[in-house]
Write a protein that binds this ligand. Sequence first.
Ligand code: PGA
Length: 253
Amino acid sequence: MRKKIVAGNWKMNKTFDESRVLMNELKSKLNKDTASKVEVVICPPFLCIPAAKEILADTKIMYGAQNIHNRDDGAFTGEISASMLHAIGCEYVILGHSERRQYFNETNHLINFKVIKALEKGVKPILCVGETLEQREQGIEKKIVDEQITLCLKDVCAMDTDNLVIAYEPVWAIGTGKTASPEQAEEMHVEIRKSLENLYNATVAGRTRILYGGSMNDKNAKELLSMNNIDGGLIGGASLKADSFIAIIEAAK
Ligand code: PGA
């Protein structure tokens, strides 16, 4: 049984003080039974991670980051390493998000280095893949996603995939209010399992958790999360309000 994960991608939102308010609200409102059945993760901006370490210490809510540099340390002004995240208790890091691919020119090749580094340092990657609207209209969405999976997981051994989570996020659904239908998402999740089976084996394909992301909210979560191959959600906008994020977590239970 794959345990469901609901992860919040706060993106570049919330000041330090605002983040504390939201973390405290999540902590007080999230039902303990729910938190033991669903893995709950928040990925706030780097600056707010110390607040997560303090506020979420005695809860089951985990925290992570939204990016890393692919090197251990050194003269890389403005960057944060996987070891730094590990040292402050980050369980996860979102890698290969389409916004990083689009605005920061991240390639599959670079993302691959980051995935390897995160795994090496004990931080679990949430590897994002997904096609643009143009690619879907051309009918090449499966090819694109298979290519992303294959290139981003190059040299990652089967054993390490235990600590890997994949998020299918069609770019056309992110922040647009246009969600993939449960059937559309399910179809792509099945394809991703096929890619994993080709790269590794049926065991890896069957145990890897694949999240859906792209305008998931408290209204559409239940239907999406009821599909066989959707193992949770990567939530942007709806993770910024405690009530909507908790409603999605409840739907995953
Ligand atoms: P959204 O973002 O839920 O606001 O569409 C999801 C994401 O980008 O991870």
